[in-house]
Design a protein around this ligand. Structure first.
Ligand code: CA
Length: 219
């Protein structure tokens, strides 16, 4: 069930929105002022935020600027009065995904919400990287060959991610050390070879080629 934060100070409008959302199967939290909205938005876990612009303590634009500045990427739909649309459009550049003018029908708001939530899903699927039949879901940390999930340790996953981001390219042991273990790891260590061997056992030896004197390659 998607969780939606409703930041709206007018109790009637807030209640109207929340009833509509509950009826459509969403769960909601309510913030009646900008500071509470900011606090709850930071606490994360929301799939979407409905943000009124005219909020006490801190207006919607400020809340939006703060959360975007802090890297919170939750989709935001701004609620605004019809006569302040030009301001709102400017505000969209501050990181809102959409806006709805008051007064509005619940159906209109729900349509916007569905649209924004589906975009989120499309973005999430962009977090799958792959090459041939190998794929990694960077969110769920699942590795697959074809449809079969393969069980990798987090280091093995990280190594495979480096290969999948650079298919057909020779990757040196040092590059793998830097990217997977971090800088400062002893370059004379054979830890990379040990992990590549383990990885080959799980995904098939032919999937990672050894390029003598240079490193490895995902063909
Ligand atoms: Ca208001």
């Amino acid at each position: 069930m998607s969780r939606i934060l409703v930041a709206e100070d007018d109790p009637h409008v807030a209640s109207f929105i929340r009833k509509g959302l509950h009826a459509a199967g969403y769960s909601t939290e309510h913030a009646a002022d900008g500071e509470t909205a900011l606090f709850l938005a930071r606490a994360a876990g929301f799939d979407l935020i409905i943000l009124d612009i005219g909020l006490p303590l801190m207006d919607g634009f400020e809340v939006l600027a703060q959360i975007r500045g802090e890297g919170v990427l939750t989709p935001v739909i701004v609620l605004t009065a019809r006569d302040s649309v030009p301001d709102t459009v400017a505000g969209l550049e501050g990181g809102a995904n959409d806006y709805v003018t008051k007064p509005f029908h619940v159906a209109e708001l729900l349509a916007r919400i569905r649209l924004r939530l589906t975009e989120g899903v499309a973005e999430a699927s962009a977090n799958v990287i792959g090459h041939k039949d190998l794929s990694l879901d960077l969110h769920s940390h699942r590795a697959r060959i074809g449809g079969d999930v393969i069980d990798l340790t987090s280091r093995e996953f990280a190594i495979l991610e480096v290969f999948l981001r650079h298919p057909d390219r020779v990757i040196s042991r040092e590059q793998l050390l830097n990217q997977v273990w971090g800088y400062g790891f002893d370059p004379g260590s054979n830890v990379v070879d040990v992990y590549v061997r383990a990885l080959r056992k799980k995904i098939g030896p032919q999937r990672i080629e050894t390029i003598r004197g240079a490193g490895y390659r995902l063909p």
